[in-house]
Design a protein around this ligand. Structure first.
Ligand SMILES: Nc1ncnc2c1ncn2[C@@H]1O[C@H](COP(=O)(O)OP(=O)(O)OP(=O)(O)O)[C@@H](O)[C@H]1O
Ligand SMILES: [Mg+2]
Length: 252
């Protein structure tokens, strides 16, 4: 279980994460949605200890994120950030192998190599595995960073906008993979998404953030509605239901 307990983060006068409490039980796929600047990445970065909260506490099962040694935390929780700096002279395989570091401390064995190859295959980069990162297209590079996080094989995998730059084929393949992961015992996937139709199709639960606060939380059929479109996202549109799934169309 991820327990976010009264977490806040301010930059100057702005409370970008404002007293957020959220419990994410083990298992399933959770989508986090919300407008630009709502605090999604900041919250994810706090959970992954990439940045420090001003107040509140995060626990991952029995571990307090603030005090758990990095290596132990990295086996339990992985975070793929929204922006990734590209180290040009690194190959796809080398990048993805970094994901195994918490397991092998830089001394990879056969199992690590297998898992790296598996992650490369999952994201369809086998043919590009020995290319440098600056020799990839934007979507291929995004898939390489996703694969690094997959290779880490943590119980809780957090992805900040993993579908950025992906074509529909790779987006669907990745969302299906996230679903399969979320259905494995003890595995939980948390994904920041902008496409509400993708969230409605693949997530078990949708958490809405607005102005640093939780503005909605529940199954897609409860959360994705007219009010979400108009009040949270300020768009004019319709919410339809097709095959029991919410589908959004916007006015032009
Ligand atoms: N280091 C920083 N210093 C000052 N303000 C920051 C900093 N990082 C983020 N912010 C501000 O905090 C707010 C939340 O940012 P955050 O990146 O968490 O939003 P987000 O919900 O992920 O948005 P997006 O959908 O655009 O990725 C924004 O208003 C942003 O400008
Ligand atoms: Mg963000």
């Amino acid at each position: 279980m991820i327990e976010i307990d009264r977490v806040s983060k301010r930059y100057g006068d702005a409370a970008v994460v404002d007293d957020v409490s959220l419990t994410i039980p083990a298992g399933g796929v959770v989508a986090i949605v919300g407008p630009n600047g709502a605090g999604k990445s900041t919250l994810l970065s706090i959970v992954g200890r990439l940045i420090k909260a001003d107040a509140g506490r995060v626990r991952i099962d029995d571990l307090d994120v603030a005090t758990t040694p990095g290596r132990e935390l990295a086996r339990r929780l992985s975070v793929m950030r929204q922006e990734n700096h590209v180290v040009a002279r690194l190959t796809v395989r080398d990048l993805i192998a970094f994901g195994r570091f918490p397991h092998n401390r830089g001394r990879p064995n056969r199992d690590d190599a297998d898992r790296v190859a598996e992650a490369i295959a999952f994201v369809g980069l086998t043919a590009e595995a020995d290319r440098f990162l600056d020799q990839l297209s934007g979507g291929q590079r995004q898939r390489a960073f996703v694969a690094m996080t997959l290779a880490q094989d943590a119980d809780y995998a957090l992805f900040d906008e993993p579908l950025n730059n992906l074509d529909i084929h790779h987006a669907v393949a990745l969302m299906r993979l996230f679903r399969r992961m979320g259905e494995q015992p003890g595995k939980t996937v948390v994904i920041v998404l902008h496409d509400l139709n993708v969230a409605a199709t693949y997530a078990d639960r949708v958490v809405v953030l607005k102005n640093g606060r939780v503005a909605g939380d529940g199954p897609p059929a409860e959360v994705i509605d007219q009010r979400l479109l108009s009040e949270v996202f300020r768009v004019d549109g319709d919410v339809l239901e097709i095959d029991g799934r919410r589908v959004i169309t916007v006015a032009r």
